[in-house]
Design a protein around this ligand. Structure first.
Ligand code: HEC
Length: 152
């Protein structure tokens, strides 16, 4: 019985992962009314390589890099996050309001943790993991946008 139920659970978890991923891909194209996943165009932003950074490199760079990151992040946010976290990062209650994340490196770490791995409860994804859907340039651009929005 135990074996059986854990097999079922594993199977369900696998299916949920697939649905979760699909969900994420679909979400990125919803705003455009087509079904092709929309890649976030991060050209102009500094390349960051494979290893995840701990602190928002675009905020640290400041100036034009940061302004560009905010701009790219706004569109990345609208395509991928707004339907749960709210337009202009103002939550309608489905998911937490991202404007109240901690400033600086503490908020950065938590932001990246959630965005990369998503959030699941009882085997169901409440938030899809984004690490296979966008690169870290795109993630940090979205972080730049969110942290630059006025706090509630
Ligand atoms: C399908 C809905 C959904 C989508 C799409 C989604 N999220 Fe979430 N997100 C959630 C939910 C639900 C939670 C709450 C999880 C929890 O209880 O920690 C959450 C939590 C978070 C948190 C932690 C917030 C906190 O206060 O602890 C961050 C950061 C976050 N999401 C960022 C994003 C970003 C950035 C995107 C887009 C790239 C995104 N999410 C897309 C549903 C979503």
């Amino acid at each position: 019985m135990k074996l059986f139920s854990s097999t079922v659970a594993a199977g369900t978890a696998g299916a949920v992962v697939l649905i979760g991923l699909q969900f994420g891909v679909v979400s990125s194209s919803l705003g455009h009314g087509d079904v092709t996943p929309q890649a976030i165009d991060t050209s102009g932003l500094d390349e960051l390589g494979e290893d995840y950074l701990e602190e928002n490199p675009y905020r640290l760079a400041g100036g034009e890099q940061y302004q560009l990151a905010i701009k790219i992040g706004a569109s990345g946010y609208n395509q991928n996050c707004a339907r749960c976290h709210g337009l202009e990062a103002i939550s309608g209650g489905i998911a937490p309001d991202l404007r109240v994340l901690e400033d600086g490196v503490l908020g950065d770490e938590w932001f990246m943790e959630r965005v990369r791995k998503g959030y699941s409860q009882n085997g169901a994804y409440k938030m899809p993991p984004f690490q296979d859907l966008m690169n870290q340039q795109a993630m940090w651009a979205i972080r730049s946008y969110v942290e630059s929005q006025p706090k509630p």
